[in-house]
Structure formats: structure tokens, C-alpha cells
Write a protein that binds this ligand. Sequence first.
Ligand code: SF4
Length: 285
Amino acid sequence: MSASPPILLDVNEHSRGSAGMLYVYPVVSRRAGGISIGINLNPNNACNWRCIYCQVPDLKRGGPPPIDLERMATELDILLQDVLEGDFLESRVADAKMRHLVDVAFSGNGEPTAAAEFPDAVGRVVAVLDAHRLRGMLPLRLITNGSLMDRAGVQRGVRTMAEAGGEVWFKVDGISSDARSRINGTRTPTEAVERRLQCCASLCPTWLQSCFFEFDGKEPATKDIDAYVAWVGARAHILRGVHLYGLARPSMQADAPHLGHLTSKWFDELARRLVAQGLKVQISP
Ligand code: SF4
């Protein structure tokens, strides 16, 4: 029996299993502009939210199983070794312009902070970065929906990220409870989003990340975008900036047929309004 050929990575290949590992996966990241090493603490495809644009296949409600931290750290060590000293970049990355490491990111098939081991996982990842002399050289990111930021353990993990020069990308796709219910499948009150964002930003440099798209051929409602600009603008002083992004890859959820891409012009106009409020903005339409 012959081994399967390795998957050649491009911006459309985000399979968490592309390196044959359980917790660690390399992706070509359009948003970050190179190779991102992802840490997936949700190998069971379970999340406490249900975003209509979510690209996770077979997404279910729930939390992660117990995480084998030893295995996670070993996988990260092996992949970093291959990227830094092996032929990983040349043999696996299709686009030569993307053949450089841009970050290590907790970004899983669910909410990473839902793992009870999250704070210890951050510590183990930082230790591996230290072993490769990458602490402070390679950005460490947490991609989160922010919903569990009230937990002491999550705060401990986020604090450790800050100590290692890391940053948080905190998801806010809508300001009203109605918008969050429609888009993210959560009834989180706005006061809770506010409290958690304030907490996160006080512990670690924090960017907002917001996904926008058409629904049934219609752009987001003007009242929702006005509310977004006003709310985010009023919090410019606690944020590093805002990442605006569109549908990079197809949604794997039931609402997928309703979703469509917004134009670059639409994103540019939203960015212009946020920049006018003193915010740094990055766009991946
Ligand atoms: S928070 Fe992330 S993983 Fe969870 S449903 Fe939304 S997009 Fe998917």
C-alpha cells in the first residue's frame, strides 16, 4: 500500500488534517499573508456558537473533549521543525509568495477558550516557541468569539498570551442581540459583549474581527452598519484595530445558499467610516 501524496496548500485548503496531526495544522492565510500554524483545540467540531458563515463541517453545539497537551506540544514542535529546517515550505506551499511563517494561532473547529486546558495550552505553546527561539519573533494569536472571557482560566491564558507578545482577535459581527442571534446563533446581551471585550483588551492587545456578507442578495441593513460603526468607534481607544472580512471560504452551515459576497467597494466604505473614528482597519473582502 502506498502513502497518500501530501496535500499542496493554497488559500482554499484549510483542512485541519492536512499535516496528518490532531491539534496542529498549517494553512495559507489570506488574512495574515503567509503560512499560519493553527492550534485546533476543538477536534470534535463543536462550538458554543453557530455562525451562519462558519466553515466547519458537521458543526455541532458543545465543547471540546479533553486535550492531550503533550501531543499538542509535540505536534507543534515537529511542524515548526519542518517549516524552519525542513522542506515544508518548498514542497507543500503552492504560492512562492506565501512561503513564510506569519503566526501561530489558536483557531480551531470551535471556540478555543472552551477547552478546560486552554490556559495550560497557551503555556505549552509559548514553551515550544521559546525552544525554537520564536517568542516575540512570531506573532501568537487567539481567534475567539470572546464568549468565555469572564472565566478566570481564560483570562489567565489571555494574560500569558500578552506576556509572550501575543494578541487576541475578538469576534463582533453585530451590535444588537437580534443581529447576534441571526448571525452567530447566540443570545448574548450587548452588555456582556461589552464587559468581555473590555476585560480582554485590558489583558492583551485586542483586535476586533467582523465578518460581513450579503443575505439573499441584500447588503447588511444600514441601521445595523450605523450601529456597528457607532459602537466600535466609541471603543476605538481600547482596540488595536479592526479586521473586516468576507466569505473567504464557503459556509458549511444550512444557511450557506443564502450567503453572498459583498464588493470591495462596500468594505472600503465601511473601512473609511471606521478610520474616520481613529481606528486602524485591515480588510480581507
Ligand atoms: S465562533 Fe467560530 S467556530 Fe464557532 S460557529 Fe462561529 S465561526 Fe464557527
